[in-house]
Design a protein. Structure first.
Length: 219
């Protein structure tokens, strides 16, 4: 069974998806890590961002293994390397690439097949798992999201002024919303949940009861 959590950067998806999976005894799949790994690989190998064919070939050739504990690229632990600002700033070249999206959606379906998963991303309820048992779209105000992002960066030793975090977030939102495939949009049958003024634990509580209610009404 698959439960999808989509939403913009900084809405708290990762922590919430991880926490919800733990409560339900499900596994957790971070699909953003897959896009990050391809962007990191392209950066490392010096592939030109306008070379669509080379990017697609690269995505096909590397082995991406995303588990709850770590992210492996051809066996190398890239869990931290894929989360730098440098990678974040180029990720749209990969996320906007229809061929790479198709490949990664296939990988996501293979990863989740036959298991119980909470998957997290932008297009999980709309493209990757349109028949998911339960779909959630997490939101939060731009200011709240930027505050969280700034804290995350700080925790990794990367300082950035709040206004700059907010500006970059707006640019990323714009791109996420407007990409021709896999754009950030709530599935029609998704439950919209705001994380503003709520602790992660409160949001996980809310989602746990929402999911249990929805699953009970379907059975
Ligand atoms: O969730 P994240 O910040 O780690 O995601 C990194 C980028 O990958 C983000 O800018 C959007 C993209 N992404 C996507 O296009 N589709 C997904 N399912 C997950 C992430």
């Amino acid at each position: 069974m698959v439960i999808t959590i989509d939403g913009p950067a900084g809405a708290g998806k990762s922590s919430v998806a991880r926490g919800l999976a733990k409560r339900l005894g499900f596994r957790f799949l971070d699909t953003g890590a897959m896009y990050r790994t391809v962007a990191y690989a392209a950066m490392k190998r010096g592939i030109r961002w306008d070379d669509d064919a080379a990017l697609a070939e690269l995505a096909r050739s590397i082995d991406i293994d995303v588990s709850e504990e770590q992210v492996l690229m051809d066996g190398e632990d890239v869990s931290s390397a894929i989360r730098t600002m440098e990678v974040t700033s180029v990720i749209h070249y990969v996320a906007d690439h229809p061929g790479i999206r198709e490949l990664l959606v296939e990988l996501q379906r293979r990863c989740a097949s036959g298991g119980d998963f909470v998957t997290e991303g932008r297009d999980q309820g709309t493209v990757a798992f349109p028949d998911a048992a339960c779909k959630i779209f997490l939101t939060a105000s731009p200011a709240e999201r930027a505050r969280r992002r700034q804290k995350d960066l700080e925790a990794r030793g990367e300082e950035m002024a709040f206004e700059e975090v907010l500006k970059r977030q707006e640019e990323r939102d714009e791109r996420d919303r407007n990409r021709p495939v896999g754009s950030l949009v709530a599935a029609k049958d998704a439950s919209l949940v705001s994380t503003d003024h709520h602790s992660m634990e409160q949001v996980i509580d809310e989602l746990e009861s929402l999911v249990k209610k929805q699953l009970a009404s379907k059975s």
